[in-house]
Design a protein. Sequence first.
Lengths: 378, 81
Amino acid sequence: MPARVVVLGGGVGGTLVANLLSKRLRRDASVTVVDGSGMHVYQPGFLYVALGQADALWLARDERTLLRKDVELVVENAASVDPAAQVVHLVRGGTIPYDFLVVATGSRIVREDVPGMVAGAHDFYSLDGALRLREAIRTFKGGRVVVGVAGIPYKCPPAPVEFTLLVEELLRHRGLRDRSQVMLLSPLNRAFTVESASKLVQPIMEKRGIELRTFFNVETVDPQKRTVTSLEGETVEYDLAIIVPPHRGARVVEESKLGDQAGWIPTDRATLQHAAHERIFALGDATDLPISKSGSTAHFEAPVVASRIAAIVQGTAPREAYAGRVMCFLETGNGRATTLRFDYAHPPTPPTPSRMWHWAKWAFNRVYWVTVPQGRIA
Amino acid sequence: MTTELPAIAKSIDARGMACPGPLMSLIGAIRAGAVGAVFEVLSSDAGSRTDIPAWVAKAKHEMVAVVDEQGYARFVVRKAH
């Protein structure tokens, strides 16, 4: 009987694991992806939608078209997992038994956890949010723009810095720069978590007159007074606030008590196995690893999960381990970008922002659909 | 001499993890945790030596200990409010 592999979540990580396993194990495994929407969304595009640089239609495709033919797709949310019985319960009452479970359920946005955020602030962490923000930017007549972070961890750590630099550029192009202030509220004591990247970005911010406020972790938003207050006790005023909302793990993880308090799965940093259940693997945003929550992380973790499951199914010792590899781009505006590449043993050494990396990012955005889900870029 | 450390509510092994990094992970854990709880973060990043105590002081939490280990340091912080 073929090994039954069930993958929860049809994002980058889930889709790639499913395709790699089906290709590698063929008749030795039956692979099922369970996804509530049946749509695959390219989330890095939200930023461009918010800035009016990309059309929302570009961001989503039918998950079925990205999966190999022999992978089954169940378009329904998983309600819970019973690790003792090795069964997934679906919301409409069905069950799917598994020999191996891959949890690739990503993260979910919980704006309501920050008082005042829903009424007072914008973000680009969902398609709806990006579209609302696009409209707010379109009708903006000048004033104080603040970009901040209201929860850690959040997807794509460079995104607030990128957004700040790109929105400043947009205000210049629209002739609103003289009437506007742009401020980045950083959770840390520099613009970005990676010191070498901060050293590249901070002089650019300074040159463009972007104010940097450090150690500012957004705690509350006051929509009436139009202020943002930090847990460190400072308050700033705004006319347009773009605040990264808090994230939590998926409901199915919380319902199944498979995660920690915030719904992140306790995961081994090398094997990507659940700390308490050896038949359960996790990748991407779903894990509790203190590593970037990004598609790139899921992309590089997926071959490790697929390889380890395949080895167990084939009766050999799993050898491949995740070495912490992540690669991402950071747009700095004016048609330039840099890149961050690193793993557990090698910290990033980003090159000077250039046009080449900006075009590399755009090229990647375009070729994503025909390369990453299929495992064509290793 | 060894120092007696309080019970750790959550330990974060951020060794080798450049992004989001040890301090960002610690801030996240403290935000989500209970007042009085003690958190520990392991960091191999030299910058943590200054960054972590600086944020703990600014946010008015308590730096319980910084312990040197082989190739990394252990930062122990109590959520004060």
